[in-house]
Design a protein around this ligand. Structure first.
Ligand SMILES: O=c1ccn([C@@H]2O[C@H](COP(=O)(O)OP(=O)(O)O[C@H]3O[C@H](CO)[C@H](O)[C@H](O)[C@H]3O)[C@@H](O)[C@H]2O)c(=O)[nH]1
Length: 333
């Protein structure tokens, strides 16, 4: 397989920056485009070509394609907050669907052959069964999931019409941080369980709210499939290799471990690492939370030469905690 230069959109964000590391660790040449609306420059290695701007800026994107000889795209740039998408749907369709359309149009015009897309388990909505399989009904219940599903559809149709293949990778709950401490989740106002919990662990918050203890789950709290961000991005690199090896095939894969952990199990595991347990406040259910979301990862393990390295929740929490301590020590957000 011949490696080509890869453009990572959203490469200054949480998942995008880990993808940059994974690609470089595997010997790929990388360029980043990010408008820094939520990303931070310091998680991108200094020697990676960095372009501040929007993926919908055709002139800029055309210039990057030409200058860097881009042969593949990993597309992470976009908006990801579910409640915000309900309040500002048109903003989500613009920043997710329309921006992806612009990027894809530029990619097709420039002859870029491979497109790896950051999709989400939110395309399934409230699944009727778990583990969720890729062929199960796609019935998103919010504009975020719908905006991502529309992009999947554009990619599917484009792959028939143009010489391009794609991977749509549907993430479950991405968590943890780079094991070498080079990147992690950054940013104020995160709502993700593990990020909020480690912020509480280092004293940035004085407690954590537990949203719902009366779900039809073993301990009453919601169950999710937490996947380490470095395992997730390693799967992206494998997916890209596969797209290059088999240009006639597309990939649609869930990225999860196929196991569920409850909110209380995650918090208990974190407490075991701390001198003092985190104070919990039991709250009512948060709107739109399905009780249980677990991926089937059969397609992932059968299709790609990938296996989990960091699935242990203690490892995920350990890396997240180390990163949070680093942010605190450096006075980063
Ligand atoms: O302070 C908190 C934060 C979260 N939770 C609970 O922890 C579980 C996980 O919540 P997250 O916000 O970490 O993750 P979600 O499962 O809600 O979100 C995931 O799925 C979404 C789509 O469904 C988006 O893709 C999102 O980016 C992704 O992290 C939920 O039951 C939530 O209610 C708490 O109890 N307290």
């Amino acid at each position: 397989m011949t490696k080509c230069p890869v453009l990572v959109t959203g490469g200054a964000g949480y998942i995008g920056s880990h993808a940059v590391l994974a690609l470089r660790d595997a010997g790929w040449q990388v360029a980043v485009i990010d408008n820094l609306s939520t990303g931070t420059r310091y998680v991108v290695p200094d020697d990676v070509p960095f372009h501040e701007g929007n993926v919908a800026d055709r002139e800029l994107v055309d210039r990057i394609f030409a200058e860097q000889g881009i042969g593949a795209i990993m597309h992470f740039a976009g908006s990801i907050v579910v409640p915000e998408s309900v309040e500002q749907p048109l903003e989500y369709y613009r920043n997710n669907t329309l921006s992806s359309h612009a990027l894809l149009t530029a990619a097709v015009a420039a002859g870029v052959k491979h497109f790896v897309f950051s999709s989400t388990a939110a395309v399934y909505g409230e699944p009727e069964r778990v583990p969720v399989q890729e062929g199960d009904p796609k019935l998103p219940i919010n504009p975020y999931g719908a905006s991502k599903l529309m992009t999947e559809r554009m990619l599917e149709d484009s792959s028939f019409a143009y010489p391009l293949n794609y991977a749509a990778l549907r993430y479950f709950n991405v968590s943890g941080a780079d094991p070498e401490g080079r990147s992690g989740q950054v940013g104020k106002g995160s709502t993700h369980l593990i990020k909020v919990a480690v912020e509480a662990a280092v004293g940035k918050r004085d407690h954590i709210d537990v949203y719902g203890t009366d779900y039809p789950t073993p301990d009453g709290s919601c169950v999710r499939d937490y996947i380490h961000v470095s395992d997730l991005t390693a799967a992206h690199v494998k997916a890209l290799e596969r797209l290059i090896e088999k240009p006639e095939q597309n990939l649609i894969l869930n990225l999860g471990y196929g196991r569920g952990l409850s909110v209380l199990e995650v918090l208990d595991a974190l407490d075991r690492k701390l001198d003092k347990p985190i104070r919990r406040e039991m709250k009512g259910r948060r709107a739109g939370d399905p009780p249980m979301l677990i991926s089937s990862n059969r397609a992932l393990t059968e299709t790609l030469d990938w296996s989990a390295r960091y699935a242990d929740i203690d490892v995920i929490l350990g890396h997240a905690l180390e990163w949070e301590r680093k942010l605190l020590a450096r006075n980063w957000q």
